[in-house]
Design a protein around this ligand. Structure first.
Ligand code: ASP
Length: 313
């Protein structure tokens, strides 16, 4: 595979290869010298047209641990803010010899355009496009679920996961539904009717509107951020009403089996989709998700850039 644009690009074997490679590469993080020479001489460009904290830093750390050269290209402060098009930006990157372009864009489909228009020769990795997809987030979530609930190997057959909240504006939800299904998990989306996407009945998952009803028997719950910046209408009456019906708090945590864990892609709205005590509880794995993100992104860059040909970890 040359690009990673959608979680749907990954077959079960591909997904397991990424997760297994990430498990191997995670051992690098535990060493005192946290570097492998694998991508020495390769250039990875982080092309971010939208704000990001975790994802951009995570890709940067991942590329650097594999000894790649990293160029961070933020749209703010570049000629993009003067109106330079995606095409001209891509041609500039190509002239600089980018082997991989990690792109985040506010328009759904921008990474796909970059990969298929013939403007650049390197690999394109989708780091979040509009409300469409965020495949490396789904991979790091699957990695985290596998580590906690499956002993760190194999698929996720039979695992019961609910994804809760602002599904309508979430690229994390779509990528997770696709990847978790590929890995054999059973996914239920829970949201107010106003935040359920049009056509959701064609997605490979169940849907529900009542969070309390969904919690019994779950292995994990994935809370989504309410994406106020993408909301141009009133989707629910108030924050208090939203968190009362769709937020996770200590009472709801107690309705889940004791082994069940809570995930959130970040950034969290504490007091909205997640209460502070749940966010800080031992069953919430957000900090670990961030650490796992580095290993998974190392694996993606390693596999896409053909690192395995030049010596395995
Ligand atoms: N960080 C994730 C994303 O970029 C989730 C979020 O922003 O709520 O999609």
């Amino acid at each position: 595979m040359r690009h990673l644009l959608s979680a749907a690009d990954l077959s079960l074997d591909d997904a397991l290869l990424v997760l297994d490679t990430a498990t191997e590469l995670a051992t690098v993080t535990d060493r005192s010298v946290k570097k492998l020479p694998t991508l020495r001489g390769r250039t990875v460009v982080n092309l971010f047209f939208e704000d990001s904290t975790r994802t951009r830093i995570s890709f940067e750390v991942a590329a650097k641990r594999l000894s790649a050269d990293v160029i961070n290209f933020a749209a703010k402060g570049s000629s993009v803010s003067k109106g330079e098009s995606l095409k001209d930006t891509a041609l500039t990157l190509e002239a600089m010899g980018a082997d991989a372009v990690v792109v985040r864009h506010h328009a759904s489909g921008a990474p796909h355009r970059l990969a298929t228009a013939g403007w650049i020769g390197g690999s394109v990795v989708n780091a979040g496009d509009g409300t469409h997809e965020h495949p490396t987030q789904a991979l790091l979530d699957a990695y985290t679920l596998r580590r906690h609930l499956r002993g760190g190997s194999g698929d996720l057959a039979g695992l019961r996961v609910a994804i809760v909240g602002d599904i309508l504006h979430s690229r994390v939800a779509r990528s997770n539904v696709l990847l978790l299904r590929t890995l054999g998990a059973e996914v239920t989306l829970v949201a107010p009717p106003t935040l359920m996407p049009f056509g959701v009945e064609t997605w490979p998952c169940a849907t529900g509107f009542d969070l309390d009803d969904a919690l019994d028997g779950l292995d994990a719950v994935m809370m989504l951020r309410v994406q106020a910046e993408r909301m141009h209408a009133a989707y629910f009456p108030s924050t208090a009403e939203y968190s009362r019906r769709y937020g996770i708090d200590a009472r709801r945590l107690a309705l889940m089996p004791e082994h069940a864990i809570v995930l959130h892609p970040g950034p969290m709205n504490r007091g909205m989709e997640i209460s502070a005590d749940v966010a800080d509880s031992e069953r919430a794995v957000m900090v670990e998700q961030v650490a796992n993100g580095v290993s998974v992104r190392m694996a993606v860059l390693y596999l896409l850039l053909g690192g395995q040909k030049e010596g395995s970890p």
